[in-house]
Design a binder for this molecule. Sequence first.
Ligand SMILES: [Zn+2]
Length: 204
Amino acid sequence: MRKQSRPNPPLVLEANAAKWNAQWVAKKRANPAASFDWYQFEGRSVREYLVPDLRNMNQGHCSFCDWFPLEVSSNEPIEHFRPKSREEFLEQAFEWRNLYYCCELCNTSKREQWRDELLAPDSDDYLFDKYFEFDFTTGEIKPNAYANPTDQIRALATIELFGLNKNSRPKYRQLALRNWSRTTDPVLDDFPFRDFIDLGNLTA
Ligand SMILES: [Zn+2]
């Protein structure tokens, strides 16, 4: 999970988030089975206004597993970090700081789950090395063995909910590092799993 810094919210969200949050809360409370949909704004889905800035926040990589490139489709997922369907988080459905660019695998792994321990890649105190390390023989991501117990629990919760060692990701991390090392003048942002490549280069 790459350290990220969040730009200011798109103007359309800044202007309308409070109203849209209130609408979603009202809809969900009236009908708990109601499904979430982005509102339309001036003929376009609100999602379309948000995706460019969210995508740029992590150079087009998944915010959580750093997969790249995400399939460009009409359905590039925006992850609601605090689930939009849970009563305690309904009012954050259109909250800028709750939205992340996210691959299909991370999105379907986490779904509407929540744990307070989860790490956010753009929180002030987040640094990869503080919480995580890699096993370069297996390609797996693990809690940093030298982190304090609380930080290790946070790392483990994040690995589990986003499934960061599932779907052959360990194998693909190793593949990305190999591809990187075989490429002339490689550009890091063009490869998935940049933390793995960064640290793998140091240990190679
Ligand atoms: Zn992902």
